[in-house]
Design a protein around this ligand. Structure first.
Ligand SMILES: Cc1ncc(COP(=O)(O)O)c(C=O)c1O
Length: 360
């Protein structure tokens, strides 16, 4: 059992020369490994030439995905995401008719498919009309979800694993992204230092070391945030990427999600919006909607006191004005429970027992 649950990754299980490939790692696709997800977005939004630079984004997304578009003078509009993390095809269609975008961005959430057959048919229609479709596969990178009517796929590689840096831009046809600068070696150096400080803290429980590793993560995030150029992913991270034991990671995440969701389903002020009975879904977190924002903050603080850290993914980007109400409900109520490969059944039961003891 882990003393602390949640927060940044610091440990990983590697296997020599990973054999299991993800679908986009086949020869059918061309890939460019860059420093981060936002760096991959920067590369593609500068690569696409369009008469009218307008992109339609899901209203529920991470601000770092849309920021490069604003910085490159694209106009950004948003379509609603339902509070079970799906897209309503009719609503999307209306937004497309109104906005007439050159580019449409789609994504799935927490490892669960957001798009039904109707949405897929709509994407195909859009593509036939010349709209460029980009899918951010960050949160579904280990799930076996494939949307065919897509021109480019993008992922940040840092959300499921302890990896210093990494993003990828994937396409069927090779694309020429010019001027990719060498990655900053300080990123892997800082990350490795942060991981080992965290390991030391767990062994010694020395609070001074805890402060040191927190400071190291702040520096690391600042280095990752630099997005003024296209930068290559570091060699260290590529090596780590090619050694992950995906089978173990996927299995652990599914087991943990099932254990915890079974428990949390009994808590009446929490709504679990997605469950799965297949082997194709690999969850990122267990996302729940808390009854309201105040309760969410209180629960999050209570859990943090018990060394259980549940992030809010994501806070609404200030760029989104007039957020659709169904999507606002997610931003106001979402709380994410860690279920990743660092933990096992005992940890999940500890989370549930702690929540159960909380007096609302
Ligand atoms: C879905 C998604 N895509 C892209 C990004 C940007 O990735 P990075 O942090 O590697 O720039 C994020 C960041 O949180 C994200 O959540």
């Amino acid at each position: 059992m882990q003393v602390e649950i949640g927060s940044n990754f610091w440990t990983y299980s590697l296997c020599e020369g990973r054999e299991r490939k993800l679908w986009w790692e086949s020869e059918e696709y061309s890939k460019i490994f860059l420093k981060s997800g936002r760096n991959a977005f920067k590369a593609i939004c500068n690569y696409i030439s369009a008469d009218k630079r307008k992109v339609l984004f899901p209203a529920y997304h991470c601000g770092t995905e849309s920021e490069p578009w604003y910085e490159s003078d694209w106009e950004v509009e948003y379509y609603p995401i339902e509070n079970n993390f799906t897209v309503d095809a009719n609503k999307l269609k209306q937004c497309i008719i109104k906005a007439k975008p050159a580019v449409l961005v789609i994504q799935s959430y927490y490892g669960f498919d957001a798009l039904n057959d109707e949405c897929n048919a709509l994407l195909q229609e859009c593509r036939n009309k010349g709209i460029i479709i980009i899918e951010d596969i960050t949160q579904s990178i280990l799930s076996d979800i494939r949307h065919q009517a897509v021109d480019y796929y993008i992922a940040s590689l840092r959300k499921f694993f302890a990896i210093p840096d990494g993003g990828v831009l994937i396409s069927r046809q090779p694309i020429a992204i010019r001027k990719i600068a060498q990655g900053d070696n300080n990123i892997p150096l800082n990350a490795m230092q942060a991981y080992s400080l965290k390991r030391e803290y767990f062994e010694t429980k020395n609070k001074g070391i805890k402060e040191e590793f927190r400071a190291a993560y702040v520096v690391l995030n600042e280095l990752i945030s630099v997005n003024d150029n296209n930068y290559a992913m570091s060699d260290v991270s590529l090596k780590i990427w090619n050694s992950f034991d995906f089978t173990y990671i996927a299995q652990k995440r599914r087991e943990n999600y099932r254990t915890l969701s079974e428990g949390l389903a009994k808590i009446d002020y929490l709504a679990i919006t997605r469950t799965f009975d297949n082997d194709t879904t690999v969850p990122l977190f267990l996302p729940v909607l808390v009854k309201n924002n105040t309760l969410r903050q209180e629960l999050q603080a209570f859990l943090a006191e018990k060394d259980i850290y549940c992030p809010i993914i994501w806070k609404k980007s200030p760029r989104i004005v007039d957020c659709p109400k169904e999507t606002s409900a997610i931003y106001e109520r979402i709380l994410c429970f860690p279920i990743d490969q660092r933990y096992d059944k005992e940890d999940m039961l500890r989370i549930f027992n702690t929540v159960e003891k909380w007096n609302v």
